[in-house]
Structures are given as C-alpha cells and as structure tokens.
Design a protein around this ligand. Sequence first.
Ligand code: MRU
Length: 310
Amino acid sequence: MRTIDWVDGAIELVDQTLLPDRLVMLRITTVDDLIDAIRRLAVRGAPALGVAGAFGVVMAGGDREQIARLRAARPTAVNLAWGVDQVTGSADDPLKTALRLRDDDIAACRAMGERGADLVQSLTPGDARIMTICNTGGLACVERGTALGVVQTLHERGRLAEVLALETRPLLQGARLTAWELQRMAAPYRLVVDSAGPYLLTTGVDAVLIGADRVAANGDTANKIGSYALALGARRAGVPFIVVAPESTIDAATPSGEHIEIEDRGDDEVVTVRGVRLAPEGSRALNPAFDVTPNDLITAIVTEARVITP
Ligand code: MRU
C-alpha cells in the first residue's frame, strides 16, 4: 500500500485522521483541499509531506499564489518546502519530477532500513528492544518508514525483541498509527504513555529510534514533541539515541535548532481528545507540535547515504 500517490490525474492518500478505525483513501483534486489535508494531518510525516508538496505543485499548474500557500501549510518539516522547491526549480516536466521524488522516497526508506538495522545490530548483541515516538512508518512516507523502517528491517531479520511505542499526545500518532503499522507487520510491541518513556529507558532498552522533521546544519534535530525528553533520558541511561531521516530532511540553510520554527497547533488538541473535552471549559493550552534535540544528545543520524556521528 502507498500512503500517497498520483493516480489518474489526482493525489490519492490515506486519510490518517480515521486510523486505526477505518482505512480510507482520499482523492484530492485541488490545492486548497491538499492544504486542508496537510493542516488537519490527514497526510503527515516529513517525507510524505515532501511528496505531497511535489504533487501539489503539479496540481497548481504554475499558480504562484497557490504554490506559496502550499509551501507554508506547515512550517516545521522542511520536506514540504523542499518537495515544492524541487518541482518548481526543475527544468523537467513537473509530474515527472514529482514521480521521481516519490520513487526516491521509496528507495531511501529501504536504504535507511538496512543501514539503520546494521547500526543497531552492531550496538546490540541480542535481539533489539527499541523505543520510538510518533509515527515514522510507511504512513509518514510513501511505502516504508524511516525509524519504523529500521524496526521493520530488524523484524524481517528476526532481530527485533520488542518495540515500546510512545502514544504521542496530543494527536496520538503512536497509539493510532504506529501501533496499527506494527500490528500489520506482526511485530511485537507494547504501547506506553509518553511520560513513562524516560523511566523505561532505565529498564533495558537497546536504542531509541526516532525520525526528524528538520535537521539543522549543526545536527540539532526537530522532531515530535517529547523527543527531547527521550534524548535526555537516553543520555542518562546510556542508551543510543538514533535519528533516522532522509537527506532531504537535512536543511543546510538552518544553522542550528534555535532557528527552526516550531508549529503551535492551538488549544483544542490539548484540552480535548478526539472531540471529548478533558479540561475545565475555558482552559488555555500550549501546544508545541515539535521540540529540538541538541546535536550533543544524538548518537547518530542515519540517512539513505550515510551514518553521521558527532
Ligand atoms: O505532526 P506529525 O505527525 O506530522 O509529526 C511527524 C513527526 O514528528 C515524525 O517523527 C517526523 O515527521 C518524521 S516521519 C518519518
């Protein structure tokens, strides 16, 4: 199954807001509908956003205002702007370029899976117990994932003991999406609440594997909120903290983490869960969707081309 693709002149994508209850494909024919799908996280995850941006430019047919709005639909994952820029900056046919980016993503995820699994196996003598946050699987890319792609490769090699998946409040990408993907690949997993993550790292976890929305030039890395707490816990517990992301997520134009714009998604997602209000009416919230892990807490960044270490 492909999370996002170009089918008969339109974008088809999995509506991730409906998972795990229903697997529904959305057919998108306008840039406005694509921007809406991106903002409400029907399509999400940095590599999938890159491909969405590329297909969106094809759909915009040269309308600069639409392209500018699409490029800015979500600010933190650099892949969205990257995907838009790859197509607008290419002399090639826009659709041909966008389809190439789709195919490159599929190949990059395979390569990251192999490279990342090799790294984990080199650090871990037995079967690996992995902690992860958010969703970095095929749903965040086109076919296979980044960090969860490494988990999948370990599982296929018979070297995965267990995944501890953080549920990932407020939108529960871990509970809704990662658990769904792990179940489909028949991988052993248990779900844990986010606040249990740093403590559980003291109980025998072999590696933390996470994705990235933007890697700054100095290696500081923005990823789903909660990643920084895991990095701190991993350092204290002596657990390798490994970022898995394609080269397209590395942003040489952003010198360090403090220059990365962190999306704030507003009050509603925090004071309610799937439409049910938890907090007293009128409660305000802070809702940063991402945080930044400084480079000195990162053991390695695995891309399709290399393993970057401090
Ligand atoms: O808000 P989301 O669901 O788009 O956040 C996604 C993440 O933080 C992922 O970890 C990141 O995009 C890498 S996906 C391979």
